[in-house]
Design a protein. Structure first.
Lengths: 80, 364
């Protein structure tokens, strides 16, 4: 219940003076408040918790982390 | 969702496990703060993949579990009043108070509703102008931005039938209590990635220095958790104690400034009682005086409550990492998710519930 989950922003609009959006959670759709990520664009991934985006997810950082892990992995394979 | 799936990549999981094995030369005790991480660790069997010399102990990061019995009893007293719609996150409904729980109140006629977001509670208030709508605002720093925003929203909508029963808690003071205990065994900490998404991790720098303990901001996917453990072990083995970030795709050092600004606009820090642990100074948030109007404790006169805690439940020790669920004599016998004696058996973030659900019985 309390776990924040990633989702993709597919719509952005205003409601009751709040910046709102529609999020695709892998095929399940929900309306959430985007007020804390005013820089959000359609197609961005965000971390959502109890109906609010807490931050956008950086694809670049994600790829960097994964490539770091890949490096460890290839080092590992070279070990005798 | 492609690139998130990669954080469950089995080959990389194996690589990290091998690396952790390779660098571990001594026994280490590491605490994951967040109950969401405890569940992920059990669900993916991460504890069983690690070298036996690394012990994971479970922290207090379960908002449902640490909400004080006084406040739970208060929630029941308010929910039982006529003309009240009591809105809460679902996990709260089964949490035992001194006498009963919100489920049984609902069964006996109280209007208790489960909501996904506090925004839903505001909507219920708009749709029911003749009822008083009370939202049980529990949670850590992750939930505070949502709850704070709803107070501002209720104000701008001129809602006079909406209030919050606030039970907000903050992580850093709890870490301070855990690491300063004379019984403390914890040597390194996995900080809760989503709390840090909001708050950043600057608050952890003095804690890490004071207790010479590595603190690594950690996410929730298997690779995130393993990376957090890897970085913590690497520091411990090298006799280092700094704050590192293993969840860079979401967390920055300063956190989400606009969320922090709204929290600071609506809430102020206060001392807060944690269930099973006791009073921790400055460990909570309460509404600022200018938002008293939205404070359910002020709106509803609730008679003096003297709560009675179960005498067998050791959840308080479990939440401080001093005991594990299987050391509780009631675990799985008198206490099950169907008949919980303590909140840690109820919540989807509670350690007892994680052990029960993922059957960590035989490896004790
Ligand atoms: S098993 Fe039940 S009684 Fe024992 S500590 Fe956990 S919640 Fe409390």
């Amino acid at each position: 219940m309390f776990l924040g989950v990633p989702g993709k922003i597919i719509e952005i609009y205003n409601k009751d003076d709040l910046l709102m959006g529609k999020i695709d959670f892998g095929g399940v759709f929900r309306e959430v408040c985007l007020s804390y990520t005013p820089e959000a664009k359609i197609g961005d991934y965000a971390l959502i918790h109890v109906g609010f985006t807490l931050n956008l997810i950086s694809e670049e950082e994600a790829k960097e982390t994964l490539s770091l892990l890949e490096q460890i992995s290839s080092l590992d394979n070279k070990k005798p | 969702m492609e690139f998130f799936q990669e954080f469950r990549n089995l080959r990389l999981v194996k690589t990290l496990v091998d690396e952790i094995n390779r660098i571990t030369t001594k026994p280490w005790v590491i605490m994951e703060i967040c109950g969401g991480q405890t569940h992920a660790i059990m669900q993916y069997g991460i504890d069983q993949l690690l070298p036996p010399r690394i012990e994971l102990v479970h922290g207090p990061g379960c908002p449902v579990c640490v909400t004080s019995l006084e406040l739970i009893d208060k929630s029941h007293a308010i929910a039982a009043q006529p003309g009240v719609i009591f809105a809460s996150f679902g996990d709260m409904l089964r949490v035992p108070g001194s006498k009963n729980d919100l489920f049984s109140l609902r069964a006996s006629g109280s209007d208790v509703r489960v909501v996904y977001s506090p925004l839903d509670a505001v909507k219920i208030a708009q749709e029911n102008p003749d009822k008083q709508v009370v939202f049980f605002a529990i949670g850590f720093e992750t939930t505070a931005p949502a709850n704070a925003m709803c107070v501002l929203l209720a104000k701008s909508l001129n809602l006079n039938n909406f209030s919050l029963l606030v039970s907000h808690v903050r992580v850093p003071p709890a870490i301070d209590v855990i690491l300063s205990s004379p019984y403390n065994q914890v040597q390194g900490i996995l900080a809760a990635g989503h709390v840090c998404t909001v708050m950043g991790y600057w608050e952890y720098l003095p804690l890490s220095q004071k207790y010479q303990s590595p603190i690594v901001v950690t996410g929730f996917e298997p690779l995130d958790i393993l990376q957090g453990i890897y970085m913590t072990v690497r520091q411990l083995e090298n006799n280092q104690s700094i704050v590192e970030n293993a969840y860079g795709r979401v967390v920055t050092q300063n956190g989400n400034r606009s969320a922090q600004a709204v929290i600071n606009q609506v809430f102020q820090t206060c001392d807060r009682k944690w269930r099973g642990i006791g009073l921790i100074e400055n460990s909570g948030w309460r509404l600022k005086p200018e938002f008293d109007y939205y404070d359910a404790e002020k709106r509803f006169s609730v008679e003096q409550i003297s709560p009675e805690e179960s005498t067998v439940c050791i959840a308080g020790l479990i939440l401080q990492g001093l005991k594990k669920p299987l050391q509780c004599p009631a675990f799985g016998i008198q206490c099950t998710p169907e008949h919980p004696l303590g909140a840690t058996m109820v919540s989807s973030e509670g350690a007892c519930s994680a052990y029960y659900r993922y059957q960590r019985i035989d490896n004790y």
